[in-house]
Design a protein around this ligand. Sequence first.
Ligand code: NAD
Length: 440
Amino acid sequence: MTLSNEQLILNQLHDRTARVAVLGLGYVGLPLATIFAEAGFNVIGIDPDEGKVATVSRGESHIQDVPTEQVARLVAAGKLHATTDFSVLADVEAVSICVPTPLRKTGDPDLSFILDASAELAKYIHPGMVIVLESTTYPGTTREILLPQLGEENNLVVGEDFFLAFSPERVDPGRTDWTTLNTPKVVGGITEACSEVASTWYAQALQDVVPVSSAEVAEMAKLLENTFRMINIGMVNEMAIMCDRLGIDVWEVIDAAATKPFGFMKFTPGPGLGGHCIPIDPLYLSWKLRALNYTARFIDLASEINTGMPRHVLSMIQDALNEQGKPLKGSDVLVLGAAYKPDVDDLRESPALDVIGLLEQKGARVFYHDPYIPHLDHEGLEIDSVPDLMEAVAEVDCVVIITNHSSYDYPAILGAAKLIVDTRNALGEAGRNNTRVYRL
Ligand SMILES: NC(=O)c1ccc[n+]([C@@H]2O[C@H](COP(=O)([O-])OP(=O)(O)OC[C@H]3O[C@@H](n4cnc5c(N)ncnc54)[C@H](O)[C@@H]3O)[C@@H](O)[C@H]2O)c1
């Protein structure tokens, strides 16, 4: 009796003889590749970036959350490989796509990485393959973009010959309590068989798989999660601006509200949204809705408030210096923290870049310090992190705390600085009612 493609791949997944490929060895792909390898699969990471491939092949990690010792052990055991050569897909049964989904300069989704990955896959797709898209994108991408190129153009029937699903990645870089391994993983297939095959695969390696009825539900669930965060951050940022006008301490207000044991979730204001997800993903949704003649008003409003925060911070710095009788032009300003959030080395969409750019436009002499980012090279901006943090803190006219890395000695910074603009309440109580400190 010949087995169906579905039965064949299910057997290979259960006994872990299915060979796995992860397309894209970045913040999402490398952790996922190591988890599949730890579960006993033979895993190959495919990435056009020769540097990343060489690093993994040497048994090293370029991702903060993945220990080099783990990559070294898996590579030495022959469970994890890396290559730039997509032809290895011909010998692979299970593929996870973890490529970037940025925005174009125009603010529209840039699906070129998904399209490139899909074009490579289409060359090597074969019956019995299961393919899961992990990249965050608008609802409909898996069915409208991947399915025709992988299925129809190769005369393969989805759900019978091959299996296609979407499963959003929820990794929160730098976090240790909830990781890719134990964060529940939503999986939605193009057909019921696709859901079953993809969920079976992921359940071999991840602790909690949550099957849903379609790829679109899985795609939309991710956008609900990230839109929820973006809108709540926008709301609390506006709350900070309103409190400023009213002369009320927003941080005390938030702490007071957060004592409510139900019906409230704490969000904190800041200098703007950063990272590869929260500022970008909801715009994929609003773009898709615009094509259907619908305006996603909450997203537009939150986006407007959040993108205005760096300018709000700029005016806080100007006001703070003004109180000291100093113009911003010609003043020395030290930005503390360039990463988009504490204790990570990720600069993507960081509001620090906007604040530094605005300060330079206004004629300030800008310095920065970040223990995780020794050098900034972004759209014409090129600076090194100051070598001696405390010396710089003492010398400049104003210190601006943009990212509250936990390694900073805040009492020492408060003691040494002439003037501080604290956009994260990093100084806490010590910064309150201190005439040298201006808090968001
Ligand atoms: N970083 C996060 O915290 C996070 C969290 C949840 C979801 N996501 C989503 O996951 C996806 C990947 O994000 P990331 O942070 O890992 O990005 P990343 O930039 O760190 O990694 C993506 C990798 O894909 C590679 N790549 C580009 N084109 C490719 C191709 N055609 N084939 C194979 N590899 C290719 C790149 O060289 C890069 O190494 C994005 O859609 C993102 O929105 C990211």
